[in-house]
Write a protein that binds this ligand. Structure first.
Ligand code: ME8
Length: 648
């Protein structure tokens, strides 16, 4: 068998000054999605994540918490590992920069660069940003008290005067520019590559790579007074984790890395310093760096001081990890910033995952159980429609793999969900509930349901890198065990297992009622005056917007309509609300024929308490204008109105 192609992917190693938030989760989820996708494409993948534990920032944080830096790191590592476990992140190795072998590896590469003659002693007099662990140039804006404002994070810098050792970064300016020219896709997206090139063209100064005033770091080989600069230490994790110390088979197999994933804040360190260090150590340079955007919360950069840092656990209380993964991958194009709002999150998850995907699976499984008692007992007959569903899938698979290969997950997912929409439409158009009434059409019904099961299982594989837990559940429902892409043909007999609800719908009001206090304290505060105003007595006959919102009105499609026996005025309607199929009984039979309404999009009140009319349970109410003599006029919506759309 030919050897599998390898793929080595990394996340940044995160600082242990605090617990992880949604931004850290985003990078790690993205790397996990890429790993699962590459595995699906047949690669031997190695996925590294971990923690960055040395340096002044951690030292200061530990002191302020009354802990040793090591104790703080040990505590925070537990938080990171626990979150990755909850989110089902399939990493292969978790590196900590306080691990012995890492320290040895850092010393090894440092010595190599000394031997090359690229490290020399000197004095650093200038500014330092502790938050970014970064040296800030004199050209940065003054803070007014003799310090500078860090151009990257906006925090006030520290003045530093110390003996140190410099790395001859200036000597690598031309080599780096040549490297970028020869590898124009080294940084993705292109706009970030251009930024790097401009930065290097502006001129590179030698870089201080040791600190004499910071003790929490790896001692410099050959000078006990110095510790190695935390970025030199941290970047080296990408090689020490895969056995740079021995340069054994593992190192030969996976280095250079295929992709380092990160946000734009640490681009300079990865795309300028790291390749220069590697060049100095005569080591190959990683193939690519994937730079994603910044997650903002309510349009503002997440920061502890603003108090808008989003804790993934708040979401995990109500939603499963796949919902979070889907939202993060679906919402922001690679490279662009994404805005996180709880409303946007809940809407996206309810619409795509609960309504479209979850319902498609449960309706198909449910109908198969109901009409075939879990086993198909007849031959299947297929129409050209079924061939179209298959062809559309094969085209979709080509398009999606092309997009996923370019890490354009949002576009790929958009396409998959367009296809899911087509499948839901196919159910409505094929009318399995009508076919089920006619024993002569049993083979046609079998054809429709088998096509749906095949399409679901096929699309499920495409979705599996992003929502892996759900993908496993779906395979279990349909008793299907194989993996791999392609149109699924799981034989003639399907056995449907217990159907569990994949994505329970979470109503925003329930989420906010439960989480309101900690999701957005600021918002709550702002809302207070409004609430007081509301408490003034309402003018007679007026309702508040909150009163109005209690009525859930949605667009429903009439699937079937028939007269109710021995009740002249009543019609029984079967409607599709996107979330479910339900029965309504309406007093409209004197004015509307069943045929007139079939296939029409109407408005229904969804949350009206169900009542029994002539022995039939009516689950909601049709909206109609009432003319003289109570003649109803039903508003019929344009064909393109989406089923399930909310009226508000
Ligand atoms: O920089 N949106 O660690 P760090 C998107 N230790 N991604 C975000 C984010 C947000 N709001 N906030 C954080 C360090 N991230 C160094 C790295 S690597 C050799 C050393 C993600 O804990 C994103 O990947 O500050 C960003 O680059 C990283 O966390 C910074 O993590």
């Amino acid at each position: 068998m030919p050897e599998k192609k390898t793929f080595y992917i990394t996340t940044p190693i995160y600082y242990v000054n605090d617990v992880p938030h949604i931004g850290h989760a985003y990078t790690t989820i993205m790397a996990d999605v890429i790993k699962r996708y590459k595995k699906l494409m047949g690669y031997d993948v190695y996925f590294l994540t971990g923690t960055d534990e040395h340096g002044q920032k951690i030292e200061q944080s530990a002191t302020s918490q009354g802990l040793t830096p090591q104790a703080l790191a040990d505590k925070m590592v537990r938080h990171f590992k626990a979150l990755w476990k909850t989110l089902n992140i399939d990493y292969d190795y978790f590196i900590r920069t306080t691990d012995r072998y890492h320290e040895e590896g850092v010393k090894k590469i440092f010595k190599k660069v000394i031997e090359k003659g690229d490290i020399y002693p000197g004095d650093y007099v200038g500014h330092y940003c502790v938050s970014d662990e970064s040296f800030v140039t004199d050209s940065a804006e003054d803070s007014g008290d003799g310090n500078k404002i860090c151009p990257d994070c906006g925090k006030v810098t520290q003045k530093v005067t110390e003996k140190c050792y410099f790395f001859r970064l200036s000597a690598y300016q031309d080599k780096l520019l040549t490297f970028y020219q020869e590898n124009p896709d080294f940084v993705l997206p292109k706009s970030r590559m251009n930024e790097v090139v401009s930065f290097v063209k502006m001129g590179l100064k030698d870089l201080s790579v040791t600190r004499s005033t910071v003790s929490w770091g790896i001692p410099m080989p050959g000078d006990k007074e110095q510790t190695i600069y935390v970025w030199f230490d941290a970047l080296t994790n990408y090689i020490t984790a895969i056995h740079y110390n021995d340069e054994d088979e593992m190192f030969q197999k996976y280095w250079p890395a295929d992709v380092h994933v990160m946000a734009k804040d640490i681009l300079k360190f990865h795309a300028v310093y790291w390749p220069a260090f590697l060049m100095a150590a005569d080591l190959p340079i990683p193939k690519q760096e994937l730079i994603h955007g910044w997650w903002l919360k309510d349009d503002r950069k997440m920061s502890k001081s603003v108090g808008n840092v989003l804790d993934p656990h708040v979401l995990l209380k109500h939603f499963n990890p796949d919902a979070i993964k889907y939202f993060l991958m679906r919402e922001a194009p690679i490279g662009a910033d994404g805005n996180f709002s709880h409303e946007g999150f809940i809407t996206r998850v309810n619409m795509d995952l609960a309504n479209d995907w979850g319902n498609l699976v449960s309706r198909t499984g449910g109908m198969t159980q109901k009409y075939f008692n879990q086993r198909f007992d007849s031959e299947a007959v297929y129409s050209p429609k079924e061939q179209t569903i298959k062809d559309q899938y094969l085209e979709l698979e080509n398009e999606v793999t092309e997009l996923f290969d370019q890490y354009r997950f949002n576009r790929g997912l958009e396409k998959i969900f367009n296809y899911v929409g087509q499948l839901n439409k196919y159910i409505v158009e094929s009318e399995p509930w009508i076919l089920a009434k006619d024993p002569a059409k049993r083979d046609v019904l079998a054809g429709v349901l088998k096509t749906l099961i095949r399409a679901i299982l096929s699309a499920n594989t495409l979705l599996s890198p992003v929502i892996p837990d759900t993908a496993e559940k779906i395979k279990k429902i349909f008793n299907y065990d194989a993996s791999g892409l392609g149109w699924k043909d799981p034989g003639e007999i399907f056995h449907i297992n217990q159907i569990e609800q994949l994505f329970p719908r979470v109503e925003p009001k329930d989420f906010f009622a439960d989480e309101g206090a900690d999701v957005d304290k600021k918002k709550k505060k702002e809302k207070k005056p409004e609430k007081e105003a509301e408490e003034e007595p309402l003018p007679e006959g007026m309702i508040t917007f909150d009163d109005f919102k209690k009525v859930e009105m949605v667009v429903a499609k009439v699937l079937d309509a028939e007269k109710v026996e021995k009740a002249d005025k009543l019609l029984k309607l079967t409607v599709d609300t996107a979330a479910d199929t339900r029965t309504l009984v309406a007093g409209i039979a004197l004015y509307y024929q069943p045929e007139e309404l079939k296939g029409k999009k109407i408005i229904i009140v969804k949350n009206l308490k169900p009542v029994k009319l002539r022995g039939i349970l009516s689950q909601g109410m049709i909206l109609a204008a009432s003319g003289p003599d109570d003649r109803p006029y039903i508003p019929i919506l344009p064909e393109e109105t989406p089923v399930g759309a909310i009226l508000k």
